[in-house]
Design a protein around this ligand. Structure first.
Ligand code: AHM
Ligand code: MG
Length: 342
């Protein structure tokens, strides 16, 4: 990974990268800038969470996943929806927080090319205790012809069709990491100038790391392949990096981001109580998979299937999710295959 010595802002880099596509209209670049803008607005709210009682705690709503929504979930959802509609570049949104797709049917939006899948505030149950949270997004081209209202079908595209994806991590510093398929690039927010500045030009994740991240509290409910892989992670093996170290924040963006930089594996498997897995294909797994692959890592469902090739069948579909350093994901897959019948 090279770290830039010259200050370049998100908008400048987006424009530079756009020149790799000489016939591009610049719409995707503008769209990414609008996402950056919404991220700044949400960031300022998240940073004040401890001070503003009105934005802490639950919102008395249950979302479509049956989970109670935090006030900041609702705020982040509304902020991204407003910013994306205002851009005039998006014809619809699927959000983890909304049951149905949100269709933009003003004249400008109806003619636009892009749809966005978004988890506006992932890990938000951590917000009240000052633990990092994130926004995860994925951008596709629409399938329905321009001028028509988008339909659910536009959103049920496999991850291989993603035009861009990224996340914002509201952590000890705020970062925006994105890819358009030309590598994974990271920007750190400088609050003194209000800009995301290039900090991680070409992020390459180590082929093998020393970290495994999984909610071990669910151990008794894991498939045997996962249990055996965890045993392997914990075994002493002189001359190798094992035993690995265990790190789990419980905030996907933060866990993934750390592992991306340091090398590691993140697993959220199927469990007896979440038989399809917990994480959502459209809002969490596909965008993270695109970023992982663009940084030289892997993302599978643990059963030999590349996440980005899974054909979605419903908006809020959950899958089991293995991602991170390539050799670690491949090793975990070996265990899953070996113990697949147990
Ligand atoms: P959320 O979208 O409702 O916030 O849930 C997703 C989060 C991920 O950020 C995190 O990796 C996972 O749920 C943690 O789940 P658990 O508490 O079961 O370990
Ligand atoms: Mg989420």
């Amino acid at each position: 990974m090279s770290v830039s010595s010259k200050i370049l802002t998100l908008n400048e880099v987006i424009i530079q990268k756009q020149s790799a596509f000489p016939y591009a209209k610049g719409d995707l670049s503008r769209l990414l800038s609008h996402i950056g803008l919404a991220a700044k607005i949400v960031n300022s709210k998240v940073n004040k969470a401890g001070l503003e009682i009105s934005i802490l705690g639950t919102a008395d709503n249950i979302n479509v996943q049956g989970e109670s929504q935090q006030k900041l979930d609702v705020y982040a959802d509304e902020t991204f929806i407003k910013a994306l509609q205002a851009s005039g570049l998006v014809c619809g949104i699927a959000s983890e927080e909304n049951d149905e797709i949100v269709i933009f049917d003003d004249d400008l939006s109806l003619d636009s090319d892009y749809i966005v899948c978004i988890d506006p505030l992932d890990g938000s149950s951590n917000i009240d205790v000052n633990v990092s949270v994130g926004t995860i997004f994925s951008i596709f081209r629409r399938i329905t012809p321009a001028g028509q209202k988008v339909s659910t079908e536009d959103f049920l595209q496999p991850g291989t069709k993603q035009i861009a994806a990224g996340y914002v991590i509201y952590g000890s510093s705020t970062m925006l990491v994105y890819t358009t398929g030309l590598g994974t690039t990271g920007f750190t927010y400088d609050p003194s100038i209000g800009e995301f500045c290039l900090s991680h030009y070409f992020m390459v994740t180590p082929k093998t790391g020393k970290i495994y991240s999984i909610n071990e509290g669910n151990y008794s409910k894991f498939p045997n392949g996962v249990k055996q892989y965890l045993k392997y992670c914990q075994e002493e093996d002189k001359g190798s990096d094992r035993p690995y170290t265990s790190r789990y924040i419980g905030s996907l963006v933060a866990d993934f981001h750390r592992n991306l930089l340091k090398g590691g594996i993140y697993i959220y498997p199927k469990t007896a109580s979440a038989p399809k897995g917990k994480l959502r294909l459209l809002y969490e797994c596909n965008p993270v998979a695109f970023l992982a692959e663009q940084a030289g890592g892997l993302a599978t469902d643990g059963y030999g299937n590349r996440v980005m090739e899974i054909q979605p069948t419903s908006l809020h579909q959950r899958i089991s999710f293995f991602t991170g350093s390539k050799n670690m994901v491949l090793k975990a897959e070996e265990f899953m295959e070996k113990y697949k019948d147990e």
